[in-house]
Ligand binder design. Structure first.
Ligand code: HXC
Length: 257
């Protein structure tokens, strides 16, 4: 498939999606959201892919939703067209997604990173939800996911003031999984993605499903999901292989690699 605003590549068992609108600092317009959702769904449907990396440029992961595209919209249009609906599809993929963030991750860019399962940040990364400066609020999940990531008082301060945080603070408050030197970002993302993609695919899907449940439900409901997912894995060849390999003191040979 030829895309207009993203670069898409498969390297081994890892699918790469690189945002590519340098003239707008990767601002997320309708085309970007459709293309990212389409590429991610395509990778998700392919059992030759065990992890997805989403990244931007050195200067910007993404500087937000496209302000110029949104400026003249009415509430009616926002509702009728489900303006950010493609991102719901993106957030629903079963394959683990790593955001490799360098430079600006603002507004929708920060929210896109938070739709991913793991956020690796270059030491140059800058996060923020500056929507209050524009007369709006975060609209791609930021008001909900930021609180779950960093807790109420940090999230409230950032969303209400629009203050930006640099990578080291983002790491300290739990907005990123790990900070790395900018020059190592893509190598680290590759290593991490390959590690995840080398595991048993059904167990990785199940792990992601339970992590999602933890974000979305009560403790009791989440534990019920965990119990079900855990039990179901005992019907997979990979579980038999993984445990036999442990007993026989050898590396496992999982089904999908
Ligand atoms: C459209 C954008 C953009 C955006 C940057 N550009 N961000 N276009 N939407 N979100 C464009 C600029 O207009 C400019 O185009 C080009 O990219 C380069 O940007 P500069 O501002 O010249 O770069 P710089 O001076 O380095 O400043 C970088 C920046 C700044 C600090 C990131 O661009 C900025 O503040 N951007 C907006 C950040 C923001 O408010 N994001 C939240 C968006 S709202 P031209 O053609 O002029 O050269 C949002 C809500 C999501 O995300 C949920 C739904 C409501």
């Amino acid at each position: 498939v030829e895309y207009e605003t993203i670069l898409v590549e498969q390297r081994g068992r890892v699918g790469w999606i690189t945002l590519n609108r340098p003239q707008a600092l990767n601002a997320l317009n309708g085309t970007v959201s459709e293309e990212v959702a389409d590429a991610a769904s395509g990778f998700d449907a392919d059992d030759g892919i065990g992890a997805i990396v989403v990244t931007g440029s050195e200067k910007a992961f993404a500087a937000g939703a496209d302000i110029k595209e949104m400026e003249s919209k009415t509430a009616e249009e926002m509702i009728a067209t489900d303006h950010f609906g493609a991102w719901t599809r993106f957030a629903a993929v079963r394959t683990p997604v790593i955001a490799a963030v360098s430079g600006y991750a603002l507004g929708g860019g920060c929210e896109l990173a938070m739709m991913c399962d793991i956020i690796l940040a270059a030491d140059t990364a800058v996060f923020g939800q500056p929507e209050v400066n524009l007369g709006v609020i975060p609209g791609m999940g930021g008001t909900q996911r930021l609180i779950r990531a960093v807790g109420y008082y940090k999230a409230a301060e950032l969303i209400l003031s629009g203050r930006r945080v640099k990578a080291d603070e983002a790491e300290r408050i739990g907005l990123v999984s790990r900070m790395v030197p900018a020059s190592d970002l893509l190598d680290e993302a590759t290593r991490l993605a390959e590690t995840i993609a080398s595991k048993s695919l059904p167990s990785v899907y199940a792990a992601k499903a339970t992590l999602d449940a933890a974000m979305e439900t009560s403790l009791a409901d989440g534990l019920a999901v965990e119990k079900r997912e855990f039990a179901a894995l005992f019907d997979t060849a990979d579980q038999k292989e993984g445990m036999a390999a442990f007993r026989e003191k050898r590396p496992p040979r999982f089904q999908h690699r």
